[in-house]
Design a protein around this ligand. Sequence first.
Ligand code: SF4
Ligand code: SF4
Length: 366
Amino acid sequence: MRVQSDPLHSLLDGSWFKLICGASYQHLPAVRSLALAYSLAGADCIDVAADPAVIAAAQEGISIAQKLQEKSNLNTLPWLMVSISDGEDPHFRKAEFDLNQCPSDCPQPCVQVCPAEAINFNFGGVIDDLCYGCGRCVPICPEELIGTRSFVSSPKEVVPWIESMTIDAIEIHTQAGHHDDFLRVWKNVAPIVGRLKLLAISCTDAPNIIDYLRSLYELISPLPCPLIWQTDGRSMSGDIGRGTTHAAIAFAQKVLQAKLPGHVQLAGGTNDYTVEKLRQENMLRPQKLRSKYNSVSGVAYGSYARGILSPILAKLEITGLQNTQLNLTINRPMNQLNLKLEQDIELLGQAVGMASQLVSQIKKIS
Ligand code: SF4
Ligand code: SF4
């Protein structure tokens, strides 16, 4: 069941839900399906990699959701956010190794540990589009063969096409001490910030993080749109277990106590325990009560939100492959071979149902 929401209203009443597809996740069919299912489930924002193909896939998913919503008289849609970074950042990297160096008797723990099924020896090792840089495979390799390569997009190149693709929001990933790097990115983002509905700044905790965030606020203010501080507690770990949510909550509490202007939204380690824990800590309240109490505006979910839908997306892929084999035998054109989530009503219903279970947790506060 979809929970109807307006993104701005959700921010104000503390029920904001963001889906993080992943700053380096580039599996286009999965991004499209995730955007579709979570849009129909009532997500307020879909956050994707700064890659035109990924943005187009997410836009297509949202647009299909819009068409389906029109039939049910629901008309709110999530904002589309693009994540960029001001320097090297674990969210912006890919694992890599040379499979020719792997001993033939290695039990392949790298394959088991990868939450994205991104390591497959039939496809040359790491499948780039599927790897989202979590880094779990790196320490597990007994031969120390796995490394990572970072990619830092040039804001000068990225911002113009972000502008041309009708993006609602930009998120800048930064880290304490990156002031000059942030300034370099900001110089490119500032001219288009008036066209955005939202700006987000994402960072991990550090001893001097509050002073750093204050310095960023001085740099970017006044802003013509709302601002979110994304407190990235334990990056890309929400699917590991309930306990990972504690780091995100602790960091959010620290930022809330500093009373920085803007909204505070959790990420990094969030899962189906996060809202329950926020309620226990009395951290979910509408904005009008926030001056009295420290409360967050919402939660972003990455690996956990993707993970709960992955069995459904895998089924879709298998059905698509079976159809492909069938269609190839009857000479259908290639563009008719991939199965889209909306073409399998049963799987779409399951995907939206699972996504709604997660989205509705935070929507219940209003
Ligand atoms: S474990 Fe993480 S870093 Fe390694 S291949 Fe899988 S997604 Fe990429
Ligand atoms: S764990 Fe290391 S050595 Fe073993 S298969 Fe994976 S990459 Fe190769």
